[in-house]
Write a protein that binds this ligand. Structure first.
Ligand code: AMP
Length: 489
């Protein structure tokens, strides 16, 4: 299900899978594809052959088309090439967050029944999967193979990758993404963001997540552009390389960290700044524009759907909105919830048909779990996660509304509103407030009472110096709920 709802995206393409799409652009091109932050340059032909060597290592070890190849390594060009090794060999690429612990890794390897696990040689993992190494310098046994592999005959509907969702509610699930899902999305983004062979993308995102992996890598790969490849996000290093780049993609935290350093002068050669993966505060958008003259282009996507919507390249980029659906992608709001259909939408959760049926309608629409509406200008606005909804004494409370009011109070850096177990209310609205000042809980609560209906006002406020965030800049509400579960006794 999925691709049949729109096959228009591939009109004019001769290729019948991702490998073919890339081959003609890479196999014998001596153009530089990536320049790394240590000065190393990798040409397109070299990248293609690194992928070939890895595919041959895996094939020689007995990997068959459809086998899952899990990977947990530091960011490197080779880590990107391993995705293409899987494409070339017909295997399924399964990237894992570098922060996962050995017991979490065991869960993923078992759940996916991984054939192989490519891992940093320093890590010890007890698994039945075949182990190959890849260190942070891009060396390891995964590169031992010869170069001559013929690409496996895949179709657009074959699974190219399984990306496990971040699992904020319950166990992480594997989202199955096909060649068509990835190719259609990359081509749509190249089209609307106007990527060409002249582009240089400054790449500082992790490569185990859809944003840095597919949005960052594939737009550049398929448009013929180049990567300026930073293995870590370091604001000073970004600033010093901006003049060599034309485009940058970041999570909102990247932009708040870059803010003190950006000027009109040091962003002068850039044509595009993209933000996504978490909400960009309107004030960040405005301040960045004031400092640099560039309006950040905010887009919306998720692991299961690739990118869904984007603010326009030409035309107003409206702060606090995520713009319009991508070409060939349909968005509808059903009961306040954003649903999406198109060639970008995944095939289902790995070996979890019940969950797939719960989240994906028979008519192909995927229920994102995000709440939203279309504003007066026709732009999509995300107003929170349905799963964050708090039900207190029978009333529904939407945390984002409360957070916006709290964030506007003096001394508050930011806030996260959560529901905690409470014997009277079921859940008690509770605010976790980040501040560097000494704030008085009672005064804050009294201030909120003037602005919010009584049932929405937090019963208590917990002060912290910063909110817990994951590498993609998302506030970890599940962690907050867990850490404070016994707060009301
Ligand atoms: P992930 O699967 O890790 O990419 O997370 C996807 C979720 O991130 C979405 O369902 C949204 O809740 C959130 N998200 C992504 N982009 C945005 C955005 N521009 N604004 C607000 N939330 C976003």
């Amino acid at each position: 299900m999925g691709t049949q709802f729109s096959s228009a995206w591939k009109s004019g393409l001769e290729a019948t899978n991702l490998g073919q799409l890339l081959k003609s652009r890479f196999e014998s091109s001596n153009a530089v594809f990536a320049t790394c932050d240590d000065g190393r340059k990798v040409t397109r032909a070299q990248f293609w052959s690194i992928a070939g060597r890895m595919a041959s290592t895996l094939t020689s070890a007995g990997a068959k088309p459809g086998d899952r190849i899990a990977i947990q390594v530091e960011k490197s060009i080779e880590a990107l090439a391993l995705f293409w090794a899987c494409v070339r060999g017909g295997f399924i690429f399964l990237p894992l967050n570098t922060a996962y612990t050995p017991s979490e890794i065991s869960y993923f390897l078992n759940d996916a029944e991984a054939f192989a696990f490519v891992v940093d040689p320093k890590k010890q993992i007890d698994t039945t999967a075949k182990i190959f190494t890849l260190d942070d310098a891009g060396h390891g046994t995964i590169l031992d193979g010869s170069e001559d592999v013929t690409n496996a005959p895949a179709t657009w509907d074959d699974i190219a990758a399984i990306l496990y969702t971040s699992g904020t509610t319950g166990r992480s699930k594997g989202a199955m993404l096909t060649h068509a899902n990835l190719a259609s999305n990359a081509l749509a983004l190249i089209d609307i963001w106007k990527f060409t062979a002249d582009d240089v993308l400054l790449h500082a995102l992790p490569v185990y997540h859809t944003h840095g992996l597919f949005v960052g890598m594939n737009t550049v790969l398929l448009s013929g552009g180049k990567l300026l490849f930073h293995r870590k996000f370091n604001p000073e290093a970004i600033i010093s390389d901006l003049h060599k780049a034309t485009a940058f993609m970041g999570v909102p935290t990247f932009y708040t960290r870059l803010m003190p350093h950006v000027t009109r002068d040091n962003t002068r050669d850039m044509r595009l700044f993209v933000s996504g993966s978490a909400p960009l505060l309107a004030e960040t958008h405005t301040e960045f524009e004031t400092r640099t003259g560039h309006a950040i282009l905010e887009r919306y996507g998720m692991t299961e759907t690739n990118m869904i919507a984007s603010n326009p390249y030409d035309g107003a980029r409206r702060a606090g909105t995520v713009g319009f659906p991508l070409p060939h992608v349909e968005v509808q709001i059903n009961d306040g919830m954003i649903e999406v259909r198109g060639p970008n939408v995944f095939q289902g959760y790995w070996r979890n048909p019940e969950k797939t049926r719960e989240d994906k309608r028979d008519n192909g629409f995927f229920i994102t779990g995000d709440l939203g509406h279309i504003d007066a200008h026709g732009y999509l606005v995300i107003s929170g996660r349905a799963k964050d909804l708090i039900i207190t004494g029978g009333f529904n409370v939407y945390p984002k509304e409360i957070e916006e009011v709290i964030d506007a109070l003096p001394g508050v850096i930011e806030s996260a509103v959560i529901g905690l177990p409470h014997k009277d209310f079921g859940e008690a609205v509770t605010a976790v407030v980040a501040t560097h000042d000494v704030l008085d809980e009672r005064t804050l609560i009294d201030g909120l009472k003037i602005k919010l209906a009584a049932f929405k006002v937090p019963k208590r406020i917990i002060f912290v110096t910063e909110l817990p965030r994951n590498a993609m800049g998302k506030v970890q509400k599940a962690e907050l709920r867990k850490g404070h579960a016994g707060f009301y006794g």
